[in-house]
Design a protein around this ligand. Structure first.
Ligand code: FAD
Length: 346
């Protein structure tokens, strides 16, 4: 249920709903409700990364202050699991140590909601979490009034060639979706808890227009995506793509498979020439030939960026004209570029 609360402090930006100082008394909308409320109008949303450890929250605020003019109804905040580093000991031997370089996802989400009165969507991953730690994280989110999560598996750790779940953790995002749905029904891990407080999470899941890289084929990947939706996923956010036909074909395939939920296209502008190789290597997607030719023709860094901006703007315009529910931009710390694109589209 959505309640309107009196605004108790001045916010410089127009709000999707009123908000109080206290997050515990705030009422937020779910991503799916934002989409319904928009009645076919294409929304704009952004994804931000937590700063590196030792960095300041101000970096996130600087990014978002510049993007609030587009009235994003929700902001995603990524989650980064621990990485292994090798520390040299006095003995001369190296010790393998796990550190999290970008902590703070939950805190950042709370800060975003508090400052802007905009819903925040923390990414929650299976990697590095036992099921109990996941439950505790969800309890924190629930107590903070954060009712949206994007449920993901996460990738392999650096230096590991495949994803290895925690011994007491989830192997697939599907298992995480099931756990969250269970909590929405008041089911906690401790079976002695009777009539547990039900949470009320809206759950998003990832989808791959060019298939997930580990999947043997597109159809198998789609089958497992459908399982996430059947289990309770309320919407899909796609991996980035540079060829809109991949997205349109993906939506058609999802609909044919019986997936009816909103499918939000994820977009990232290419801004550097080296990304012609690093994006396919990191994200297992193809870049269209016409686009690559234009980037290769560009004389300097500024010209490459301009090609990337124009391409992403054209993609966004076509997607908007096709009536997609939301244009979701991966900012990756490059506010200026994303701002130019969103400004040209909205
Ligand atoms: P899953 O849905 O679990 O799928 C993983 C693979 O297993 C797929 O190949 C799938 O086909 C297969 N599979 C699924 N279920 C089964 C089953 N029951 N049996 C056999 N095979 C199965 N990573 C982060 O670490 N942090 C983030 O914040 C983050 N944000 C992301 C946001 C978006 C929009 C996207 C698209 C990805 C994001 N990722 C993030 C990356 C994501 O964690 C990786 O792509 C990961 O490799 C897969 O995650 P998933 O949730 O899609 O996994």
């Amino acid at each position: 249920m959505v309640k309107k609360l009196k605004l108790t402090h001045t916010l410089t930006h127009s709000l999707t709903h009123s908000f109080t100082h206290s997050l515990t008394h705030s009422f937020t909308l779910k991503v799916t409700e934002h989409i319904q409320k928009a009645k076919g109008k294409t929304l704009v949303s952004f994804e931000v990364l937590p700063p590196l450890k030792g960095g300041s929250m101000q970096a996130i605020f600087n990014t978002l202050d510049a993007l609030m003019e587009f009235k994003p109804p929700f902001i995603d905040v990524t989650y980064h699991r621990e990485e292994f580093i090798y520390k040299k000991r006095p003995s001369g031997y190296y010790e393998k140590t796990a550190i999290r370089k970008r902590p703070g996802t939950v805190g950042i989400c709370a800060a975003i909601m508090h400052r802007y009165g905009v819903d925040a969507v923390p990414h929650l991953i299976c990697g590095g979490f036992t099921v109990e730690e996941t439950e505790n994280a969800l309890i924190d989110l629930n107590f903070l009034g954060i009712n949206n999560v994007l449920a993901l598996r996460g990738d392999a750790r650096q230096f590991e060639d495949k994803f290895i779940p925690e011994p007491e953790g989830h192997k697939y995002a599907l298992d995480l979706v099931r756990q969250i749905v269970g909590m929405n029904q008041g089911k906690y891990l401790d079976l002695n808890i009777q009539n547990g407080e039900p949470t009320d999470f809206c759950i998003g899941v990832a989808g791959y227009p060019e298939k997930h890289f580990e999947s043997p084929n597109f159809g198998t990947d789609l089958h497992f995506t459908k399982e996430k939706i059947d289990a309770g996923g309320g919407y899909i956010v796609t991996q980035m793509f540079f060829d809109n036909s991949k997205y349109f074909e993906y939506v058609d395939a999802c609909r044919a498979a019986g997936i009816e939920v909103p499918i939000i296209p994820g977009l990232k502008p290419l801004t550097k020439k080296y990304q012609l190789n690093s994006i396919p290597r990191k994200f297992f997607i193809n870049l269209p030939e016409d686009f690559v030719k234009e980037v290769l023709k560009a004389k300097d860094d500024d010209a490459v960026k301009q090609v990337g901006i124009e391409w992403c703007t054209a993609q966004s315009r076509e997607l908007k004209a096709a009536g997609v529910p939301c244009l979701h931009y991966y900012t990756m710390g490059d506010t200026e570029t994303v701002k130019k694109i969103a400004g040209a589209v909205i």
